[in-house]
Design a protein around this ligand. Structure first.
Ligand SMILES: *[C@@H]1O[C@H](CO)[C@@H](O)[C@H](O)[C@H]1NC(C)=O
Ligand SMILES: *[C@@H]1O[C@H](CO)[C@@H](O)[C@H](O)[C@H]1NC(C)=O
Length: 171
């Protein structure tokens, strides 16, 4: 009986701790977001996102990985920038070049650690915006160019459990 009860509680706990991240494409053209390791329990590694469209993905507690834009992709996932293995539905990090939105969810002491990074390179402006509120009152942190922008290549922390927006070409 007891093991069964704790298993059920464990399932609820992991659902409660999941973090939603909404990816928005404000570039004037289609981009192909990629996520490694894949989001939504390994289901979403990458997809096509048309101009002004958005999609919300779910990262589990303990997740550590990155979201990045790919540009100029064909149907097989060959891209001008940000290409990975696995085609459109990525199964590896990018070989090199793209701007990254890095996330560690519930990394330490119930805090998420995140930041936009151009350390691997820069292709498209990437902004991360935690939901405003008393718990984490930070504006967008953004890489607008290689090592350029408010908060580019820095790491930020917010209490686990809030929602984030990752904006490509956010202005
Ligand atoms: C996250 O997204 C899921 C699925 O869309 C939704 O059911 C859930 O309420 C969201 N959680 C939060 C904290 O926004
Ligand atoms: C993407 O890959 C994952 C892992 O292999 C798989 O579970 C999922 O169904 C794939 N999604 C699509 C849209 O092909």
């Amino acid at each position: 009986m007891l093991p069964r009860v704790s298993l059920i509680l464990g399932v609820f706990a992991s659902i409660a701790a999941a973090t939603n991240v909404t990816i928005i494409n404000s570039c004037g053209e289609t981009v192909w977001p990629a996520i490694f390791p894949a989001a939504n329990g390994g289901e979403i590694g990458g997809f096509e996102l048309t101009e002004n469209d958005y999609l919300t993905i779910i990262l589990p507690e303990g997740y550590s990985g990155r979201i990045w834009p790919r540009t100029g992709c064909d149907a097989s996932g060959n891209c001008e920038t940000g290409a990975c293995q696995g085609g459109i539905n990525c199964t590896s990090p990018a070989a090199g070049g793209p701007t990254l939105a890095q996330f560690t969810i519930d990394g330490y002491a119930k805090f998420d650690y995140f930041g936009p990074s151009s350390v691997d390179g820069f292709n498209v402006p990437v902004a991360i915006t935690p939901d405003y509120g008393t718990e984490c009152n930070l504006g967008p942190v953004i890489c607008t160019g290689q090592d350029e922008g408010e908060g580019c290549d820095e790491t930020f922390a917010c209490p686990t459990g809030i929602h984030y927006t990752v904006g490509f070409c956010h202005s």
